[in-house]
Design a protein around this ligand. Structure first.
Ligand code: MRU
Length: 345
């Protein structure tokens, strides 16, 4: 993938503005925790691993920004930075995972000089970034082995390079399969209402010449019934201890359809996306986004003015519908509590 979703340039974090892709390709530069938090909240950057990496950089940027303030203001400023980042989005657990990692570094160096604190936090953010790409490559290799040559694979939302530091989770599986010499074609659900499938997944695949066919979300059942889909691979925002999977709204519908048609349903899931503290999917916080994402786009409103709207941004697929979780340590077939515990040992 040639496109860098985020990059470190001259002491600032630059992130591709994913809200305006594919029409415009543009980076926005950030130099504070509050700025990065706003970038996450407003969907400049999105996708669970990418949100985590961005938040890690947000902490480092805050430490760099506060070099000239008093020690007291430095420490309280960094704490405030953690808080604002924690509040940016609720569902993707990678955000909290990355912030915990940054906090562990911060806990170990609080008594050091400010410039050293900033350097150590930045080093950890760079490490989280690099590690994410290594993990995606490892998942890709395991996932590639699951797809037969010639497979036509459906994906939902965007779990690609744009949703990570690079390579992608679900789209990383496709890239790895193609790199291994397999012919893979992708069917991308458009992914209402934010259109991550149409705008981002389709764009990533077209950029690289990977065969991709775009469908609207309500066509998946027809495609499966017609025998045009061999497998489903999606990403995830949080997996509960029992294997229930939260992912972009509409994923549950796809999983039910895949089950009905005996099509394997795989979830590309870095271990950082598993939340052992949540017993099952019913406790995963589901973000509710604004009504105008559903009623129209920019200046165009297509729904009746005054209509009441629901916009839950994620849903939960029960573990029983998951053929396998593709992790960087291997595939967990028919995931359950015991198998998930075992992978962490
Ligand atoms: O609301 P988004 O665009 O952040 O939702 C993204 C998804 O649901 C992805 O499928 C998930 O984060 C996995 S990304 C590797």
């Amino acid at each position: 993938m040639k496109v860098e979703t985020m990059r470190w340039v001259d002491g600032r974090l630059e992130m591709v503005d994913q809200r305006i892709l594919p029409a415009v390709f543009e980076y926005i530069a950030y130099d504070s925790a509050a700025g990065v938090a706003e970038g996450i909240r407003s969907m400049v950057v999105r996708g669970a691993p990418a949100i985590g990496v961005a938040a890690a950089y947000g902490v480092a940027l805050e430490a760099m920004r506060l070099q000239d303030v008093s020690e007291v203001d430095f420490y309280s400023g960094i704490s405030a930075g953690f808080t604002v980042l924690q509040q940016s989005r609720p569902t993707a657990v990678n955000l909290f995972w990355a912030l915990r990692r940054m906090h562990a570094v911060w806990d170990g160096i609080q008594t050091k000089a400010k410039d050293q604190v900033a350097r150590s936090l930045l080093q950890e953010a760079h490490e989280i970034f690099a590690e994410d790409i290594r993990i995606n490559r490892a998942m890709g290799a395991f996932g590639a082995g699951l797809l037969p040559d010639g497979a036509r694979v459906l994906t939902h939302c965007n779990a690609g390079a744009l949703a990570t530091a690079g390579w992608g989770t679900a789209l990383g599986v496709f890239r790895s399969a193609i790199e291994a010499g397999k012919k893979i074609s992708v069917i991308a659900d458009e992914t209402r209402p934010f259109l991550q499938g149409a705008r981002l997944t389709a764009w990533e695949m077209v950029q690289e010449g990977i065969p991709v066919t775009l469908i609207t979300d309500n066509m998946a059942g027809y495609m499966m019934a017609s025998g045009e889909i061999d497998a489903v691979v999606v990403g995830t925002d949080r997996v509960a201890a029992n294997g229930d999977v939260a992912n972009k709204i509409g994923t549950y519908m796809v999983a039910v359809l895949a089950h009905r048609h005996n099509i394997p349903f795989y979830v590309a899931c870095p271990l950082s996306t598993i939340d052992p503290g949540i017993a099952d999917g019913s406790a995963i916080p589901i973000e509710e986004r604004s009504a105008d994402e559903v009623t129209g786009y920019r200046d165009c409103q297509w729904a009746a003015h005054g209509v009441s709207v629901r916009n839950p941004s994620f849903d939960v697929t029960p573990a029983e519908l998951v053929t396998g979780l593709i992790t960087e340590k291997g595939v967990i077939y028919q995931p359950d509590r015991q198998k998930i515990e075992a992978i962490f040992r």
